[in-house]
Design a protein around this ligand. Sequence first.
Ligand SMILES: NCc1[nH]cc(CCC(=O)O)c1CC(=O)O
Length: 315
Amino acid sequence: MIHPLPSPDRPLKIGTRGSPLAMAQAYETRDRLAAAFDLPHTAFDILRISTAGDRIQDKSLREVGGKGLFTREIEQALLDGEIDIAVHSMKDMPVEQPVGLTLECYLPREDVRDAFVSLSYPALADVPQGATMGTSSLRRRAQLLVRRPDLQVVEFRGNVQTRLRKLNEGVAGATFLAMAGLNRLGMADVAKAALDPEEMLPAIAQGAIGIERRHDDTATAAMLEAIHDPVTAQRLAAERAFLATLDGSCETPIAGLATLDGTTLRLRGEILRPDGSESLTDDRTAPIEDGAELGHEMAKALLGRAGQGFFDWRS
Ligand SMILES: NCc1[nH]cc(CCC(=O)O)c1CC(=O)O
């Protein structure tokens, strides 16, 4: 028995960013906890926390730089006891958490694919030579240019609603968004097509929601166990180990996806030059319990193949 369960008098405080997608993720977390413990929604409070990444809208994310742009203020609120759990898109999470916090609860993963979103074209194959695509993602930009060096890519920031408005204004002919985000917002119909991972390998942890807590908060830890999805955790262990080993050594566009077939994990990984002039990929399997080792080994192999020169663009 978990003591004390949250109640309308002592609600569990859930912290999240204020974007519509972040709120949808917080509601999903609340609903799963409420169902697991047969609690009313009033036993939970959702607090919106503004992050540096939300406030700075006039610069590209690369210019602002720094890890944890979308998480630092939320993690501080957790450490300060202003909230009890923080709900995050795992795609935006640094590979390490601050001392005192634990991130080991994952909800079942959503669709991992990227969506092709356009008002003009039914699919990427229909986009004419030289057309302009909008994305703020270094990964999507590089992956696009590998396949379609003829395309122009312009910076496209903001939430889903902002990006759709920009398409409407003709700033770009198409953009790319995570299917997971569109599904969670009930906006899957704006996707003209979902791109197969072979066509555009997703970002590390795309489609996964993670729930962070204070390390010493054992009552909350016990509650979170009830909504944790071990398969998502096993897949993310491989993907995040891949990212962790690469990230220490380079600032290059990275993609990766682990899938589970029985007890075998399959990891696909990719690193690219930002201009799309080169892409290196790998594809390996390992027993489910060796996910972290698989990610680590793949990263080392790709770094070895990339060799001198691959990361020269940085300076
Ligand atoms: N970088 C922003 C971000 N972080 C998570 C998602 C989508 C939801 C997810 O992948 O879980 C998005 C937007 C997007 O890429 O379209």
